[in-house]
Design a protein around this ligand. Structure first.
Ligand code: HDE
Length: 683
């Protein structure tokens, strides 16, 4: 038990509002939906002992016909997702930039709901597949709902929303055989990429470790688009929104990601749910990058192009608040599945720009939500604002707000012209009056045509380890593509960004090196902010697998546990079987996982204690865990029998391996510092 167990989320206006919709069935008599008490829920009403069922059986009819309609269409993208409630707290007033209520005052708190997701997989997909993660936040502000529907990558594949269905058709399982599930490693996806140069920069990002995150609690989030902030004087600034996790940004490595898919396909939701239950609330700082209107054309990229980021070295990131996810949902369907997030939901003080991809999104979200959830989806508890909406929208399937009165139109005399519009100077939303001119055209803006500079910038910014993982990812993904010409076309695209990378991938996937005459980007700049190596490193909430057996050294374990607790490491005790184990002082610990139910890929580090009576088969199982953790560059520690076993397989002198014959506070501390490093790439 950690002290965190005492942390309880404060009640806020949204969680309080939600409570009126909760239904607690425990301890209550069973009734039909009409509240008639049911006497028998296990037998259908039938004519005689062995006779046919009777149509009049309303208990059976109601139960089955409801069951028959339990599923709604899954989202056509981002189908698998997981959500949590929380609170956003503003650090300092941003009134010089925006009128948005939630950013007006230091300490102001606004309830939020976040849904994390993966793009390609269906609702049942395994969660550690390589994919972009969605990071979508609904702010329930005092002046209406603001949705920041972002991803964990700052740019996107395409520049114009009309290409979105093509991208997604290429990305999803191929339609003739519905293979593969939730993955990009197949012909149609890479055919799309190889045929669309504008995807080149995003291609580099998705081949990086960012698409195999360790945890939703350890991903960054990006609004991607260029939004507008508008202040009280009507002055507008261009803005990009960012989320930064306080635990730092961390990823799995590919071998782990693949194996976890089998060991725990719910890995990410389990991690978020368990940590929130334990009181380890997930935290992210909100950052903004801001560009003045008169600086719009000062950059060598178009700031309205969603395939471009604004390097932080050019446009610094300002942290303006912190979001804490502190409450799990009560019911995944009612909240996470029915939540309707929409980049078109903005509030006073925030507005759109002409970013064509953003404009494209504005149509699609509500459109799909009307279809997926139903006409009155905005009235559902998870979607409704904290202050009651008032307007003349009426009726539609499953309407349950009961609008009183005879008037449902504007203008009117009968209700004294209410509900009434509020002018801009009294608080009504007014669109920023940006100047629009030009002829109607269907074309890509000439300023959107550089497709390779930022892919190169990203590549230049990677550490050697990150570069090797990108090469490995390309080799895997293209290695799964059956058509050699598709592989070759992608290799040519890579060559525009880095010829050596293209040559190495070509060799790995058995196609010729790209033609010499492909011009390689000449960008030499890098952006250190893009490398995951420059993130925060901490031991907080990391999982430590501890292999232990009967007769362990009680004193040494107590000391180690004390040290782990201070570092907020979460030990998971692993042994031959579940049950209690007794130490030298007669104390007991309870085993969390057996060698069978655990797996070496589920922990951020390993500590091997074993016990004096452990037999060869125990040592054999333990060695499997040690070797796999070692191969994944994870920290490994051990004393007693554990240290002996590590020495026997000659790993004791390798980087990140901590063994001792006599455990001490200094030894525990050294191991904890190793845990904070998380990986020892120099093995
Ligand atoms: Fe989405 N996207 N998208 N998208 N998107 C959806 O909306 C769409 C784009 C993102 O947890 C859908 O309600 C178009 C960029 C997230 O519920 C759909 C275009 C970014 C989620 C849709 C984009 C996103 C969605 C599917 C190109 C990052 C999950 C169900 C113009 C900034 C939200 C739904 C949740 C969901 C359309 C591009 C993020 C079909 C047309 C860029 C996180 O409406």
């Amino acid at each position: 038990m950690t002290d965190n167990h005492d942390r309880q989320p404060e009640e806020n206006k949204k969680t309080k509002q939600m409570q009126q919709f909760y239904r607690d069935n425990e301890g209550k008599p069973m009734t039909t939906d009409e509240s008639v008490t049911i006497s028998n829920d296990e037998n259908t009403l039938s004519a005689g002992d062995r006779g046919p069922q009777l149509l009049e059986d309303f208990v059976y009819r109601e139960k089955l016909s409801h069951f028959d309609r339990e599923r709604i269409p899954e989202r056509n993208v981002h189908a698998r997702g997981y959500g949590a409630h929380g609170i956003f707290e503003c650090y300092a007033s941003q009134s010089d930039l925006t009128e948005a209520h939630f950013l007006q005052e230091a300490g102001r708190k606004t309830p939020v709901f976040v849904r994390f997701s993966q793009v390609a997989g269906s609702r049942g997909a395994n969660e550690t597949l390589r994919d972009v993660r969605g990071f979508a936040t609904k702010f329930y502000t005092e002046e209406g709902n603001f949705d920041l529907v972002g991803n964990n990558i700052p740019i996107f594949f395409i520049q114009d929303g009309i290409k979105f269905p093509d991208l997604i058709h290429a990305l999803k399982p191929e339609p003739n055989n519905e293979i593969p599930q939730g993955q990009t490693a197949h012909d149609t996806f890479w055919d799309f990429i190889g045929s669309n140069e504008e995807s080149a920069a995003m291609m580099m990002w998705i081949m990086s470790d960012r698409t195999i995150p360790r945890s939703f609690r350890m991903i960054q989030g990006f609004g991607v688009h260029t939004f507008r902030l508008v202040n009280r004087e009507g002055v507008s600034h261009f803005c990009k929104f960012h989320w930064r996790p306080t635990l730092g940004m961390h990823s799995l490595i590919w071998d782990e990601a693949q194996k976890i898919g089998g060991a725990d396909p719910d890995f990410h939701r389990r991690d978020l749910w368990e940590n929130i239950e334990k009181g380890y609330f997930a935290e992210y700082e909100l950052g903004i990058q801001v560009i003045r209107e008169d600086q719009e054309f000062d950059f060598d990229f178009d700031i309205l192009d969603s395939t471009k980021l604004w390097p932080e070295e050019l446009v610094p990131l300002k942290k303006i608040g912190k979001m804490t996810l502190n409450k799990n949902v009560e019911n995944v369907f009612a909240e996470t599945e029915q939540v309707a997030l929409h980049p078109g939901n903005i509030v006073r003080g925030i507005d759109f720009t002409n970013d064509p991809l953003l404009q494209g999104r504005l149509f699609s979200y509500a459109d799909t939500q009307f279809y997926r959830v139903g006409t009155n989806f905005k009235q559902l508890p998870i979607n409704c604002p904290i202050h009651t909406a008032h307007n003349n929208q009426r009726d539609g399937a499953a309407r349950y707000v009961i609008d009183k009165g005879q008037v449902a139109y504007h203008q009117n005399y009968l209700a004294n012209n209410t509900p009434y519009p509020v002018p801009g100077d009294k608080g009504g939303f007014v669109t920023y009056p940006s100047l629009v001119e030009g002829r109607k055209v269907r074309q890509t803006a000439p300023s959107f045509e550089d497709h390779f500079s930022q892919g190169r910038l990203f590549w230049n910014s990677m550490s050697e380890v990150e570069k090797s993982h990108i090469l490995q990812a390309f080799s895997f993904e293209l290695g799964k593509v059956k058509t050699p010409a598709v592989r070759e076309r992608v290799i040519r695209l890579i060559a525009h960004i880095s010829r050596p990378l293209a040559v190495s991938v070509a060799e790995q996937v058995g196609v010729p090196a790209p033609p010499e005459d492909i011009p390689e980007s000449e960008v030499t700049a890098s952006s250190p902010a893009l490398s995951m190596q420059n993130t925060t490193f901490t031991t907080k909430t990391l999982k430590l697998g501890v292999i232990i057996d009967e007769g362990y050294d009680s004193n040494a374990l107590n000391d180690a546990r004390e040290a782990w607790k201070k570092a907020e490491l979460e030990p998971v005790f692993i042994s031959r079987h579940l049950g209690d184990l007794t130490g030298t002082a007669g104390d007991t610990i309870s085993v969390d996982q057996s060698f069978l139910t655990g797996s070496p890929v589920l922990y951020d580090g390993l500590f091997v204690i074993g016990g004096p009576y452990a037999k060869r088969d125990f040592q054999f199982m333990s060695n499997q865990f040690i070797i796999e953790q070692f191969n994944h560059y994870r920290p490994i520690g051990g004393y007693g029998k554990g240290a002996e076993w590590i020495k026997e397989i000659h790993l004791d002198h390798r980087p990140g391996v901590f063994v001792t014959e006599s455990p001490s506070p200094a030894f525990n501390q050294a191991f904890i510092e190793g845990m904070a490093k998380q990986r020892f790439w120099d093995r």
